[in-house]
Write a protein of this length. Structure first.
Length: 167
């Protein structure tokens, strides 16, 4: 876990490796719950018997299930203090590179790619990779954007250097 004193401290974090999360098992119950919540109950996700004879040899997690795990996985990597709220601002790029089979374990690694002052705080770009235990190809790679709104306003012209002076 990488900790920052406040959102302004993120301005100097571009290029920072945030580390690796704990492994998280993607079991059939999680997949079934996601299928019910989203209405995507395609057989490759929820029918183990049929999926066993399908192209993946068993059920697989929805790509969007894996994507939805970015928020809790990122929370294991990045801790910003003196924040009123953190907002999922969006994604610039997402690639699903390999399916996650039921029973697999995944974990994430990430690095800060950008940070800039915006109206509500600091908007941060994070490149995050979700890997599958025992596999050489990751499940997904995404460019995540998070807005950290601080407890005190940040001047629009704040830079990494001036943020250090005021931290």
């Amino acid at each position: 876990m990488t900790t920052f004193a406040n959102p302004a401290a993120l301005l100097g974090a571009v290029g920072t490796d945030l580390g690796i999360t704990e492994w998280l098992e993607i079991d059939q119950n999680r997949i079934d719950s996601f299928a019910r919540a989203t209405g995507d109950e395609q057989w490759i996700h929820v029918d183990p018997a049929r999926a066993a004879t399908g192209p993946f040899g068993g059920t697989i997690a929805h790509g969007y299930l894996t994507l939805s795990l970015l928020a809790p996985l990122t929370a294991q990597l990045l801790d910003v203090h003196n924040v009123q709220m953190a907002i999922n601002y969006g994604l610039d790029r997402v690639r699903f590179l390999q399916p996650v089979r039921s029973g697999s374990r995944v974990r994430a690694s990430a690095s800060v790619t950008s940070a800039e002052v915006v109206n509500l705080g600091v908007r941060v770009g994070v490149k995050i990779t979700v890997e599958i235990d025992g596999e050489s190809k990751p499940a997904l790679i995404a460019d995540l954007i998070v807005l950290f709104a601080g407890t005190t306003p940040i001047a629009p012209n704040t830079t990494a250097d001036t943020a250090k002076e005021t931290s």
